[in-house]
Design a protein around this ligand. Sequence first.
Ligand SMILES: Cc1cc2nc3c(=O)[nH]c(=O)nc-3n(C[C@H](O)[C@H](O)[C@H](O)COP(=O)(O)OP(=O)(O)OC[C@H]3O[C@@H](n4cnc5c(N)ncnc54)[C@H](O)[C@@H]3O)c2cc1C
Length: 391
Amino acid sequence: MLIGQQVTIVGAGIGGLGCALALAQRGAKVRVLEQADELGEVGAGLQISPNGVAVLDALGLGKQLRAAGVSMTDIRLLDCTHGAPVLRMNLAKYSADRAYLALHRADLLKILEQGARDAGVAIETGMAVTGVDGNGAGIRLDVAGRAGQSAPLVIGADGLHSVLRAHLNPSGAPFFTGQVAWRALVAGPQGGMPDSCVRLYMGPGKHLVTYPLRGGALTNIVAVQERDEWAEESWSAKGNPAVLQTVFRDFCPEVRDLLARVKEVSLWGLFRHKVAPNWTGPGCALIGDAAHPTLPFLAQGANLALEDAWVLADCLASMEQGAALKEYQLRRKGRATKVIAAANANARNYHLRNPALRIGAHMILRAASNLAPRRVLRQFDWIYGHDVTHS
Ligand SMILES: Cc1cc2nc3c(=O)[nH]c(=O)nc-3n(C[C@H](O)[C@H](O)[C@H](O)COP(=O)(O)OP(=O)(O)OC[C@H]3O[C@@H](n4cnc5c(N)ncnc54)[C@H](O)[C@@H]3O)c2cc1C
């Protein structure tokens, strides 16, 4: 169905580039319009779990992906005060097949961009889409400072502030979730020795995640704190390492030592929408954050965007466009909604403020981790074991 079909994708993020490649591999003629003048993003890490790796493998990018990523052996939940283990999720069962990887976002974008260009995708930078008009007969896009563009099929992969989302869902502005995230990279491993695990330190009203990148040459830090409001004009700003160090001064020495090495940090207000009621309309569809931004507390936003990208391309390749768009929303909305609800629940579970409640919850998790470690991991199978390329 897609051979020779013209498709325009708005946004060259992980979802947009993944979808461009999946469509081009099925014969479509794909253009990607990206507002930024250059591709690539400020340095930060990403966890790509086995469900996302399944899509990247199916796109033929597995080799480059594994070369750029660090394969995680386990995820450790730790108490913030002494760094005492609370729960360990051993990821060994995924490592033979799919792997659970930590990557620099810029590295993943580069791999996707190269794959898309090799498959014939045209990526045009400096193209900020400002308006959308049209219906089944074709979609017209307004582009800042340029002539309008038209396309028979447009995919909105334009993230949280999606123009396409507003076209399909006229009401609903992004709301502040009451959480901010600092993101920083420091040179070298955490502690003295390089290892391959995700560490998540849980404290009252805040948590901090670390993992290695680029073979341990860098350590990625995401530090989240609850706040009443976001006062900055933009949704991200330059942060102050001294403020970060002060906010987390009650965390254990290994965290304080790591934060003492932070020289530059960015601060993000975590905003989101509710899951969009309409993901598709005549001649257009939404994928990734444009349809369903999530809190990053399960590290699933980019993974879901990759799943969407694959499923949309799969539907469009096998059905007439109207039916394909309906089928796409049907196959994706329930799963995205469920993952986002689980990420929201983690916001509460990680940040327990009541000391008695926190001690009790950690005791239960510790016992589960010691007595039934396999069962603990099985609870995440519905997320990590999901393979959209085989469903
Ligand atoms: C602190 C933090 C940590 C995270 N960690 C993880 C993690 O470990 N694992 C994970 O899976 N997810 C993680 N996420 C979530 C993940 O970053 C996002 O869910 C993911 O990037 C969404 O991809 P996307 O392609 O839908 O949108 P985006 O990555 O937002 O890409 C959208 C693209 O569209 C472009 N664009 C926007 N508007 C326009 C326009 N009008 N015209 C043209 N171009 C436009 C943008 O410039 C951008 O290139 C994290 C998020 C945060 C905030």
